[in-house]
Design a protein around this ligand. Structure first.
Ligand code: 5GP
Ligand code: SF4
Ligand code: MG
Length: 464
């Protein structure tokens, strides 16, 4: 998901809409905005579909007045699939000291247990979303102000959270102690904003100030930014898959360009898994920077052998398997004139179920390629993510049930190689590779080493 908040500008909701539009790649199912103006109170709008199709309409935007607003774009991980508008964030609660709205990116790993406890004690849930627990935990807190109630609530929550919240006068940002999901602070004129990624600062002309740190809470008013560290400091475990796929390539994470990391993954891959061929071709768009790096390092020409229809969304994020299956053809087509007779290296970011790779291989062979070699910009995805990326159950992950050789066979390609974990860490700027005693990132979907025990899943029978 993507979160964005803005304080201290006229019609803050318009800024939020633009920010969410720049974060659309983080969630395409639905979006929502809550705003506050003293004379109008809190207002909210939640809609299915793209930001640009909803939050551009004057008739809707004029219902969201005020100098303070937050918003969310949704990509469902926990909670019901397919959709109910009641699951669309931000969530809102009325407390004795006033209202508050929250927007959450991440996934709460003890949400089932919390929900059971809260329902037993009288909470009435409105949605099936894990994030709603935060509002109910806040309602039960005895603290006198909303930021302290949020602290209380988030201390009971396990897993990954980057939260943007608002009261009548404050914009609040929090990251979990491991800093699994991103959150950055920006400044525009007299106003401040919080965003999942820096690409959303660029769109509103905001200046990048800094990242919210793991375990940090910032409370922003018209007077400025106040920072506290309510959560126990641990060494950070940012999601390495943000670098590989999730974030936009024009965003900066930890002072590092996402594009540059992806390009460097291609360089590392070309060193680790060289092969004689005529053409390096990305699976667009997610494989493009790595393919550029691969071509550069190997000296093999780069070409657009697959053309993407720009009017389709990301296939993976379409919620049902059936739509996902059709998606590949709706979205990608082979550039036959370029492919015919060539030995082609295809570079993609990841293999999850293997459906994308299989279809693409067929399309490339149909177009008359002489050989097809897959090079993948992440290690084999053998474990599900429980921290906010929607990987399927373990049985559906190709790499969970097959060796690399079996995967090559299954995909029917001439060769298949994945970048090593160390190669990925080097590409992300860790010259010494992965520190196995204390990994610098979360890489659980590749290594099976979960930095936070996924309590709900273990209760449901998941085996580490
Ligand atoms: P597959 O067809 O192997 O199940 O999916 C792999 C494709 O899905 C890749 O091309 C990748 O770009 C895309 N993808 C989109 N979202 C995600 C995600 O959340 N996780 C992973 N691993 N891949 C994703
Ligand atoms: Fe990111 Fe993978 Fe960790 Fe999930 S399991 S947070 S996708 S690195
Ligand atoms: Mg892709």
């Amino acid at each position: 998901c993507g979160v964005f908040g803005m304080i201290g500008v006229v019609d803050a909701a318009n800024f939020v809409a633009l920010g969410l539009h720049a974060l659309q790649h983080r969630g395409q199912e639905a979006g929502g905005i809550v705003s506050y103006a003293p004379e109008h109170g809190f207002n909210s709008a939640r809609r299915f579909g793209y930001v640009r199709d909803n939050f551009t309409k004057h008739s809707l935007m004029e219902t969201l007045p005020g100098q303070l607003a937050i918003g969310h774009v949704r990509y469902s991980t926990a909670g019901s699939k397919g959709a109910a508008i009641r699951d669309v964030q931000p969530f809102f609660g009325e407390f004795s000291m006033g209202g508050a709205a929250i927007a959450h990116n991440g996934n709460i790993t003890n949400a089932d247990a919390l929900r059971r406890e809260l329902i037993e004690r009288g909470s009435i849930f409105q949605s099936s979303s894990d994030s709603e627990c935060i509002i109910h935990l806040m309602a039960r807190s005895l603290q006198r102000d909303i930021p302290s109630r949020m602290e209380d609530a988030l201390r009971r929550v396990e897993g990954a959270f980057s939260v943007v919240a608002m009261t009548r006068t404050k914009l609040i940002g929090v990251r979990d102690a491991l800093g699994v999901r991103p959150l950055v602070l920006g400044k525009v004129g007299d106003g401040w904003c919080l965003s999942s990624e820096t690409c959303a600062l660029d769109i509103i002309g905001a200046e990048y100030v800094r990242e919210i740190e793991p375990g940090e809470m910032v409370v922003i008013t018209e007077q400025g930014v106040e920072s506290t560290r309510p959560f126990r400091a641990k060494s950070s475990r940012f999601c390495i898959f943000e670098h590989v796929y999730f974030s936009r390539p024009d965003s900066i994470i930890g002072g590092r360009s996402v594009y540059e990391t992806r390009r460097q993954i291609g360089v590392e891959l070309a060193r680790e898994a060289a092969v004689d061929a005529d053409l390096v071709c990305p699976v667009p768009d997610s494989g493009t920077p790595a393919a550029i790096g691969f071509a550069h390092e190997s000296g093999i020409p780069y070409g657009m052998g697959i053309i993407r229809n720009q009017y389709m969304g990301r296939t993976f994020i379409e919620p049902t398997e059936q739509i996902r299956n059709m998606g590949v053809r709706l979205k990608l087509n082979v550039n036959r004139a370029l492919i015919r007779g060539k030995r082609v290296i295809l570079v993609d970011d990841s293999v999850v179920r293997g459906t994308t790779s299989r279809k693409i291989k067929e399309m490339i062979l149909d177009a008359g390629a002489a050989e097809v070699h897959f090079r993948i910009a992440s290690p084999p995805t053998a474990w599900p993510c429980f921290y906010g990326v929607d990987t399927p159950r373990r049985e559906k992950l190709l790499a969970a049930t097959m060796s690399e050789d079996e995967m090559r066979e299954h995909l029917g390609v001439d060769s298949l190689k994945f970048i090593s974990l160390d190669g990925l860490y080097r590409a992300a700027g860790e010259a010494e590779g992965r520190n196995n005693a204390c990994p610098q990132y979360c890489d659980a979907c590749f290594s099976g080493e979960y930095p936070v025990e996924p309590a709900d899943m273990i209760e449901k029978g998941f085996k580490l």
